[in-house]
Design a protein around this ligand. Structure first.
Ligand code: FES
Length: 166
């Protein structure tokens, strides 16, 4: 039986040689990789970006009253993959004495509802499952077992700056 040496090319004179074919295949592969890596990183990088933080300006620190707990709200834009969305919420700021500030997350450590400061009771209360935290954010009743998160903060040019996930 005679072997087919034309590889499908009808004319032996226009059939590329083996070396030319391998060279073309390698060039095509290299071009694909060179074009694909930047494209892949451009598409995938925003979706993989996590764990970033930013300093949020909560305004003049002298709005805090010694011994009191104040609700401070925030709104900033967050890039989430391809979307840029507003992130809104609030924190609870406690001023024990001049310079001694604690900024609590408003997020309950049970299932992430917002806790509310009950001045008359002197506790943070969670409306979802009746979780309670003392004035220092420690769980005292209900399902939560972990204290409220206290955000890192600083005072810069008279403004309260809080480091928050963004
Ligand atoms: S979410 Fe706060 S007690 Fe369950």
């Amino acid at each position: 039986m005679a072997s087919d040496t034309t590889c499908g090319y009808p004319d032996e004179s226009i059939r590329p040689g083996r070396r030319a074919f391998i060279k073309c295949a390698l060039l095509a592969g290299a071009t694909g990789v060179l074009a694909g890596v930047p494209l892949l990183s451009y598409v995938a990088a925003p979706a993989l970006k996590k764990g970033t933080t930013r300093w949020i300006d909560f305004g003049p620190v002298d709005q805090l009253k010694p011994g009191g707990i104040e609700m401070l709200s925030y709104e900033f834009m967050v890039k989430d993959g391809w979307l840029v969305l507003p992130q809104r919420g609030f924190v609870w700021a406690k001023l024990d004495s001049p310079g001694k500030i604690t900024v609590f997350s408003s997020t309950c450590t049970h299932l992430a509802c917002n806790v509310i400061w009950r001045k008359e009771k002197g506790i943070f209360e969670c409306p979802c499952h009746s979780g309670q935290f003392d004035i220092n954010g420690r769980p005292i009743a209900g399902p939560p077992t972990k204290p409220l998160v206290a955000w890192a903060h600083k005072v810069e040019e008279g403004k309260l700056m809080v480091l928050m996930p963004a």
